[in-house]
Design a protein around this ligand. Structure first.
Ligand code: NAG
Ligand code: NAG
Ligand code: NAG
Ligand code: NAG
Ligand code: NAG
Length: 397
């Protein structure tokens, strides 16, 4: 079970970042006064921001009397936050999907799981289709997926097809682990931490785009792993960075963090696709973690970076230095292929050591609508064809 849980942390579970999308949980619930207490606590725990930044998500809300029952336990705000994390499923479960669960029962990962504070299966919610069309919910136990199904589906509050569902359940789930006393989370100063280990330039770039800085800061307590490229690497990359649109810059920076806490030990023992804060609902902007012995590399189709050091590795936050800026394929696939065209003028440039994408270049046509960066706009069929002709061995930086 342990292995499965860790894998779920790495492999695409959910995710993230919708700077441009208009989902606002606070506003949705504001239209329903019977959820005002739940809504209030999403705000004071800063969970609302974390929810709004995700694209594929389900919020299990309870009405004011359900909240009153929980508030009577006098949990600290930090324990209450953990409990609320358990009520945010890291996947879309609209009413229809809830009522037609494959094999009638599923165990679903929650944001509590992403914090790294949930041992065993305690970060998972068991959803089971019961007789008479009822849908039961329960927190999975530490040892197994089995749950006391003591809360039930009531109604849909809002639903954006296959992306976001807000549903009412009869009462809050109970979880001894989530409700356990928990110390106040550390107030990390990300800039300071990164600067200490030679990532000052990267930290300054993060601070230069307020939406990015906020996304990083608000994601910390829900579990966050940051890959910060060392100053030397960022400086070398700066001309390319400056060339990006604001959206491109935003995506590139968000691409350097994953909305899960991943210890170095986890990275050293798990290979797999990882979502990032830039990952959209089409699962673009992902990368692959590879390990070989003690060496962990992060790969995209256009770059390979190596983890070179640990800044901090302490649940819920991990920061690692990397030797090269990560280049999301979505931003660089076309630029790289077209780069050689006007080459003669700058003939002294060295051949790039960056891996040439293996295999046929004609990537299956992708979800271009998701992104309006320069690269994506060029990604029409004719450019892909041109890219294929240019691809083999002539990539020059
Ligand atoms: C969400 O809506 C609330 C209430 O309308 C508002 O105060 C808040 O600023 C909004 N958040 C975002 C990120 O737009
Ligand atoms: C969910 O919990 C029920 C009740 O404890 C259990 O019978 C079922 O096997 C669990 N579902 C899964 C997928 O583990
Ligand atoms: C982090 O530390 C830097 C340098 O000491 C300081 O300028 C900045 O205001 C701090 N940020 C926060 C959020 O405390
Ligand atoms: C920046 O963009 C221009 C125009 O697209 C291009 O000619 C130039 O090579 C780019 N520079 C870098 C460093 O990518
Ligand atoms: C990763 O992103 C690529 C686009 O860059 C997409 O085609 C692929 O399906 C994604 N992988 C996963 C496992 O979601």
């Amino acid at each position: 079970m342990r292995v499965a849980v860790l894998l779920l942390g790495l492999v695409v579970v959910c995710s993230a970042m919708a700077v441009t999308e208009g989902f606002n949980i606070t506003r949705i619930l504001a239209n329903h006064p019977e959820f005002s207490t739940f809504n209030h606590y999403l705000t004071v725990t800063h969970l609302a921001g974390e929810i709004n930044r995700r694209n594929t998500i389900t919020v299990l809300a309870v009405d004011n009397s359900g909240m009153a029952e929980v508030l009577a336990k006098h949990l600290s705000i930090f324990s209450l936050k953990n409990l609320l994390y358990l009520h945010v499923l890291a996947d879309y479960f609209g009413s229809r999907k809830l009522h037609q669960i494959t094999h009638r029962s599923a165990v679903v990962s929650t944001l509590f799981q992403a914090t790294g504070a949930a041992p065993g299966t305690t970060g998972f919610v068991n959803i089971t289709n019961l007789r008479g069309g009822r849908v039961g919910f329960g927190a999975a136990s530490e040892e197994s997926n089995e749950a006391n199904l003591e809360s039930f589906f009531v109604k849909t509050i809002d639903d954006v097809s296959y992306k976001i569902a807000v549903v009412q359940i009869t009462k809050m789930l109970r979880s001894p682990i989530a409700e356990a006393p928990t110390p106040a989370p550390n107030q990390y100063n990300l800039t300071l931490l990164m600067a200490k280990k030679g990532c000052t330039v990267f930290a300054n770039l993060l601070a230069s785009i307020p939406a990015v800085e906020t996304a990083f800061e608000e994601s910390v307590n829900g579990g966050l792993t940051i890959f910060c490229p060392i100053d030397q690497a960022v400086k070398a990359f700066e001309p390319k960075f400056k060339n990006l649109t604001v959206e491109g810059k935003t995506s590139l920076l968000l691409f350097h963090a994953s909305p899960f806490y991943m210890s170095l030990q986890m990275l050293k023992t798990q290979n797999g696709v990882m979502t990032t804060l830039a990952t959209d609902s089409y699962k673009n902007y992902n990368m692959t973690a590879q390990n070989e012995g003690e060496v962990v590399t992060l790969e995209t189709k256009t770059s390979t970076s190596k983890i070179s050091g640990t800044v901090i590795d302490e649940q819920p936050l991990a920061i690692y230095t990397i030797d090269k800026v990560l280049r999301p394929w979505e931003l660089f696939k076309i630029a790289d292929k077209l780069a050689p065209a006007p080459a003669p003028a700058k003939s002294k440039k060295k051949r790039s050591s960056t891996a040439v994408p293996a295999g046929p270049e004609g990537e299956p046509d992708d979800q271009t609508a998701a992104d309006d960066s320069a690269g994506e706009r060029l990604a029409g069929g004719r450019w892909l064809a041109a890219g294929a002709a240019l691809a083999a061995g002539i990539l020059v930086l």
